[in-house]
Design a protein around this ligand. Structure first.
Ligand code: B1M
Length: 221
C-alpha cells in the first residue's frame, strides 16, 4: 500500500470500528515513515467526524460510535509516545478532567498527549469528574491550569458549576481555568467565566503556554 492507500484504509477501518485492523495499519503506517500527526489528522480524526455525522443522520447508533471510538483509542495508545516525544523540562502542571455526566475522553486524551509533548506535567482526573474531585485535585496537586472538557450541550453547564464551586472553595485565584470540547465556543467560555478556550489540542497547548507566561510575568512586575 502507498501512503494514500494506507491513510484511506485507516479512515475506513476506524469508521467500521475494526480495532485490530486500525492498530495493525497504524503500526504499518509508522513503519512506512508516515508521521503520527498525519495518521491522526488525515485519517483518525476525519473518520470520527464522519462517525458523528452518520450518528446525527441516524445511519449510525451508539454501538457503532462506541466501537469506532475504541478503535481510535487503540491507535492513540500507539501514537501517544511518539506525539509526546520531548526533552522539554516541565513548564507547568495541568489538571484535566471531562466534566460530570460526560464519558467522552478521546479529545481530552489527545489534548493531554499534546500537553505532555510540550513539557507539561499532566494530571488526568478521567471522565465524569464531579466538582469536588476538581477541588481535591487542585488542593493536592497545586496545578497552574485546570482544564475541563465537555462534549455534550447537556454537560457544558458543568463548567459554570465547577467554576462556582472552585470559587466557593477559595481556590479560583490560585488557578487558570481553561475549557474545551466539541460544542464549546469562545463566547460560551467567556460566559461561564473561564480564562481560556481552545478549539483543538494544538491551540490548547499554545494557549496554555501563553497563559502561564502571562501569569508569571504579572507576578514578577
Ligand atoms: Co458521543 N456524541 N455520545 N459518544 N460522540 C458526540 C460528541 C456527538 C457530537 C455526535 C453527534 O451527534 N454528531 C453528540 C453530541 C451532541 C451534542 O450534545 N452537541 C454525541 C452524543 C449525542 C452522545 C450520546 C448522548 C449518545 C446517546 O447515548 N444517545 C452519548 C453520551 C454519553 C455521555 O457522555 N453521557 C454518547 C456516547 C458516545 C460513546 C461512548 C459511544 C463514544 C465516546 C467514546 C470515548 O470518548 N471514549 C462517542 C463518540 C466516539 C462520539 C463522536 C463520534 C466522536 C468524539 C471524538 O472522540 N472526536 C462524537 C462526534 C464528533 O465529535 N464528531 C460524538 C474526536 C476528538 C479528537 O475530537 O472530542 O472534539 P473532540 O476533541 C477535540 C476538541 O474538542 C478539543 O481538542 C480535541 C482534540 O483536537 N478539546 C479541548 C477537547 N477537550 C479540550 C479541552 C481543552 C481544549 C480543547 O481545554 C481544557
Amino acid at each position: 500500500m502507498n501512503t494514500e492507500e494506507i491513510i484511506k484504509a485507516l479512515y475506513d477501518q476506524t469508521l467500521a470500528g475494526n480495532a485490530p485492523a486500525v492498530l495493525e495499519l497504524t503500526q504499518e503506517a509508522l513503519t512506512m515513515g508516515i508521521g503520527p500527526d498525519s495518521i491522526l489528522f488525515d485519517a483518525l480524526i476525519p473518520s470520527l467526524e464522519e462517525v458523528g455525522a452518520r450518528f446525527e443522520r441516524g445511519d449510525y447508533f451508539v454501538p457503532e460510535m462506541l466501537i469506532a471510538g475504541k478503535a481510535m483509542s487503540g491507535a492513540l495508545n500507539v501514537l501517544r509516545p511518539l506525539l509526546a516525544e520531548t526533552g522539554a523540562e516541565s513548564i507547568g502542571t495541568f489538571l484535566m478532567g471531562t466534566v460530570k455526566g460526560d464519558v467522552h475522553d478521546i479529545g481530552k486524551n489527545l489534548v493531554n498527549i499534546m500537553l505532555e509533548g510540550a513539557g507539561f506535567n499532566v494530571i488526568d482526573l478521567g471522565v465524569q469528574t464531579p466538582p469536588e474531585k476538581f477541588i481535591a485535585g487542585i488542593r493536592e496537586h497545586k496545578p497552574d491550569i485546570v482544564g475541563m472538557s465537555a462534549f455534550l450541550t447537556t454537560t457544558m453547564p458543568m463548567f459554570k458549576v465547577n467554576i462556582h464551586e472552585i470559587t466557593k472553595a477559595g481556590l479560583r485565584d490560585e488557578v487558570i481555568i481553561m475549557v474545551g470540547g466539541a460544542p464549546v465556543t469562545q463566547e460560551y467560555a467567556d460566559a461561564v467565566g473561564a480564562d481560556g478556550y481552545a478549539a483543538d489540542a494544538s491551540t490548547a497547548v499554545r494557549l496554555a503556554k501563553e497563559m502561564i507566561k502571562q501569569r508569571r510575568d504579572k507576578v514578577l512586575v
